[in-house]
Ligand binder design. Structure first.
Ligand SMILES: C[S@@+](CC[C@H](N)C(=O)[O-])C[C@H]1O[C@@H](n2cnc3c(N)ncnc32)[C@H](O)[C@@H]1O
Length: 372
């Protein structure tokens, strides 16, 4: 993986070897161990008509030692990822804070120490990242952890260390569905370290881009990172369910892999908030993981149980099962489409259809328009 930008935590020789080791271990678990566990799952499948097919298969799998070994290794590799990247970030914390202080003056940063995290973030460290997204620590360390750790977590396959494939794909989706539209004000809800907001700002250079998330450390980092990547983004701390912006103040509001980390009520609240924030005629777009519960194989359904119990993502299964078209309709949107957008590395229009090409090759998109 090539180095990405001036805020990224650097690696010395040993740290690079450690991070490559974790990436390769995770690749081995997913690419070699998982297919054989998936075959065992098929042998235990209680059958099509069973009303809790995936849950039953998961429970039966748990009786085997090899499945326990797989689960433990999966969990340990995730914990190892964060602890190795965390140690590397800690070693250079002073340098990272200094780099943030001397970042070019671009965009803005508005922090609100009164921000209360929603229960679904406060209650757990999503993906096992220690401290979670909202970690209230000095400086930029939590952002540095999320940025470098996130790129390793994606095995470098989502745009290398920039981890920006989702943002480019969302921009490509907007240009595919609404060619020629040039939104003046764009907002990302749940921006993290701005990995997706930056490509949006580059794809729509005429737009004023805003981005919101819960954690101060993450946002300090995101602001400096965007500045080094040469874009103006206005970062604000807050809860996407009650975002601190005026009614009808944006032409486009989007989320990128946020909904599956919230809750059923959180998804509804964020969709309603998007409707409030958009001007009439404005565009909403939600990018999510490229699986739909009804059309994935049994093993992917079983993985929903594993994400819940071993990766602190209890809403993963809910989010890939949700009827986004119905939810967007309830939130008042029209001209709604759902489907899979080809994963790309620039914002040119691409293919948007009903078939997922799989992880790292497509993303699920649900988008629509606020009526005039
Ligand atoms: C997987 S990260 C994705 C970050 C970014 N969208 C990207 O594509 O790189 C999910 C982000 O959603 C944020 N998030 C989830 N629920 C939120 C809420 N109610 N308000 C603000 N941010 C939220 C989390 O804090 C986290 O940074």
């Amino acid at each position: 993986m090539t180095e990405g930008h001036a805020m990224l935590a650097r690696t010395n020789h040993d740290e690079r070897a450690e991070q490559l080791f974790v990436r390769d271990l995770k690749t081995y678990i997913a690419g070699t161990l998982e297919p054989s566990i998936a075959k065992s799952a098929e042998c235990l499948d209680p059958g099509e008509g069973h009303n809790s097919r995936a849950e039953t298969t998961y429970r039966l799998l748990q009786e085997s030692e090899s499945f326990g070994g797989y689960l433990s290794l999966r969990r340990a590799s995730q914990e190892l990822l964060w602890s190795l990247v965390g140690a590397s970030v800690d070693r250079q914390r002073g340098d990272l804070d200094a780099a943030a202080r001397s970042a070019p003056v671009r965009g803005s940063l508005t922090l609100d120490p009164q921000t209360k995290q929603p229960e679904y973030l406060a209650d757990r460290d999503v993906h096992l990242m220690p401290g979670g997204y909202g970690a209230d620590i000095e400086g930029v360390a939590q952002g540095a952890l999320m940025d470098r750790g996130g790129a390793v977590y994606m095995l470098g396959r989502n745009g290398g260390l920039l981890n920006d494939g989702r943002g480019w794909t969302l921009a490509s989706h907007l240009k595919t569905r609404w060619p020629g539209r040039a939104p003046k004000r764009i907002l990302e809800l749940g921006c993290g370290i701005g990995a997706s907001a930056v490509p949006l700002a580059k794809a729509f250079p005429q737009a004023e881009v805003h981005a919101l998330d819960v954690g101060a450390s993450m946002l300090r980092y995101a602001h400096a990172r965007a500045a080094y990547l040469d874009v103006d983004i206005h970062f604000t701390q807050g809860n996407a369910e009650r975002a601190p912006y005026e009614d009808e103040s944006f032409d486009c509001v989007f989320t990128c892999v946020v909904l599956h980390e919230t809750s059923p009520a959180g998804i509804e609240a964020i969709m309603a908030e998007c409707a409030r924030l958009l001007k009439p005629g404005g565009i909403v777009a939600h990018l999510e993981v490229p699986q739909r519960y009804d059309s994935v194989p049994l093993w992917t359904k079983v993985r929903g149980e594993i994400e819940h119990e071993y990766n602190n993502e209890p809403n993963w299964k809910v989010a890939i099962s949700a009827d986004y078209a119905a939810q967007l309709t309830r939130a008042g949107f029209i001209d709604i489409e759902t489907g899979f957008q080809d994963a790309v590395r620039d914002a040119s229009p691409g293919s948007f259809d009903q078939v997922s090409k799989g992880v790292f090759r497509s993303w699920f998109l649900a988008s629509g328009v606020k009526p005039q």
